[in-house]
Design a protein around this ligand. Structure first.
Ligand SMILES: [Zn+2]
Length: 479
């Protein structure tokens, strides 16, 4: 990237809310039903139908606002955003304009240099989604499905505070993690539940005014967003270096070519003629309501990571991995509640459990080994009933059955041999059979020690207590 220019990025994120019903009517928001089966006069935009705000939507907006350090407006207003499109039967979208529910928030992101940077959030407002157009493959016509019309969205608008594609992605991932932790959005980028538009411009270093920006739309993965921004920055630099001017326009990213192309220019930009919707009363949010929501907020990822490091003594890396998904952290904590060794618990959740889930392509919420059963297994490692290695065998057996660790250990006879007499007997046999190596060891070739440990473990079918084996072997080999 050319060092002559500073990159300026602002992001607008549409967050689809996980409510059971739509924002202004009682229709279901379920995905994948027959077209137009989840509609009523309100979301069909029939004349005379009156919208009523879904309380859950407002509550989710307040939760998101609090989690992103926004102020919650005591009074906010719904406005009509007027434009025509076949998937918008009313001829306007109900949104918020002058008085949104949340304003002046921020998120801190980690920078590449290891520091922190604060990204401002201008506002968060509530709005309804439009329907969906289905175009026939042969070009013979289009149909409209209004099941999605009136489903609730939050639009989270950032300040133009980001200076690289990496910063933009760090901000997006943080916001994504928060809405998923809050349970207000499923966070599925591919299905469009978390959609991002990026405003990108460049300016010579030191210049105060922003350059002309291009808006990148419809990008459905973090990787593509990064690619699209990086491509767009290079494109704008080239335009300017060639003596041209960047024009304000909306551009689409093509994932196949990795390039953006113009969709519509400024001359086609809409004048939405916003005005307050006379069908909806102002939304008044009391302090009591805000306090109640605040009390019920779940622990957020950042606070959780800090707690894992400070209170549980886990590393940065462990805390990062375990807190990436709230469900994984919940599983870890359920196991930890029954077992006090946090590090062992973390290792198993990040190791065997995650490996099993990846292999079988299942989510942690469907993990065949419950946190309770895992805790039962870890207890047997801690009290030296089994070695860590044998525990993996037990774990595999647990994965395919409902049995508890103890039952499997008993049934398969996997109890660790700690009886020194039994171990000594094995060692004596091994030594007698390998006198050559014994001489080598005694002659100073200490590497041979590993060979003996391996032989003893093998002869005991992995059940000999490794610490006891080491200690006894040393004694016997010294003669
Ligand atoms: Zn409806």
């Amino acid at each position: 990237m050319s060092s002559r220019y500073e990159v300026v990025i602002g992001l607008e994120v549409h967050v689809q809310l996980l409510t059971q019903t739509k924002i202004f009517c009682g229709c279901s928001t379920r995905f994948g039903s027959n077209p137009n089966s989840q509609t009523c006069p309100v979301c069909l935009g029939l004349p005379g139908a009156l919208p009523v705000l879904n309380r859950q939507v407002a509550e989710y907006a307040i939760m998101t606002g609090l989690a992103t350090n926004c102020g919650i407006a005591p009074r906010s207003i719904f406005a009509r955003k007027n434009y025509f499109y076949p998937d918008l039967p009313k001829g306007y979208q109900i949104s918020q304009f002058e008085l949104p529910i949340c304003e002046h928030g921020w998120l801190d992101i980690a920078t590449e240099e290891g520091g922190e940077k604060r990204i401002g959030i201008t506002r968060i407002h509530m709005e309804e989604d439009a329907g969906k157009l289905l175009h026939s493959d042969d070009g013979s016509g289009s149909q409209v499905d209004l099941n999605r019309a009136c489903t609730p969205l939050l639009e989270v608008v950032s300040e133009p505070d980001m200076r690289s594609a990496d910063e933009a992605i760090a901000y997006l991932k943080k916001l994504h993690e928060i809405v998923k932790y809050l349970g207000v959005c499923d966070g599925n980028l591919e299905e469009g539940s978390f959609r991002c538009d990026a405003n990108v411009s460049i300016r010579p270093w030191g210049q105060k005014e922003f350059g002309t920006r291009a808006e990148l739309k419809n990008i459905n993965s973090f990787r593509f967003i990064k690619q699209a921004i990086e491509y767009e920055v290079e494109r704008q630099i080239e335009v300017i270096e060639d003596g041209g001017r960047v024009v304000q326009e909306t551009r689409l990213f093509n994932a196949d070519t990795g390039m953006t192309r113009s969709m519509r220019g400024k001359e086609e930009a809409h004048d939405y003629r916003y005005f307050p919707d006379p069908d909806l009363v102002p939304l008044v949010v009391s302090n009591d309501w805000i306090e109640t929501v605040k009390q019920d907020l779940p622990e957020l990822p950042e606070a959780k990571r800090t707690r894992y490091q400070q209170d549980l003594g886990l590393s940065d890396y462990d805390a990062e991995v375990l807190c990436a998904e709230r469900e994984l952290a919940d599983y870890f904590e359920a196991c930890l509640a029954l077992h006090s060794n946090a590090k062992l618990c973390a290792n198993w959740v990040m190791g065997e459990v995650t490996r099993g889930l990846n292999t079988d392509s299942i989510a942690i919420t469907d993990c065949p080994v419950s946190a309770e059963r895992l805790a039962g297994l870890l207890k047997r490692i801690d009290d030296s009933t089994i070695s860590n290695k044998i525990a993996k065998t037990v774990f595999d057996a647990m994965w395919g059955s409902d049995q508890a660790a103890d039952a499997i250990i008993e049934e398969k006879g996997l109890k660790q041999v700690t009886d020194t007499g039994a171990i000594e007997a094995i060692i004596d046999e091994i030594i007698a059979a390998n006198m050559g190596q014994v001489e080598e060891y005694r002659g100073g070739k200490e590497k041979v020690f590993g060979f003996f440990v391996g032989q003893v473990m093998k002869a005991s079918k992995g059940k000999a207590n490794p610490a006891a084996v080491n200690e006894l072997l040393k004694k016997k080999l010294q003669g």
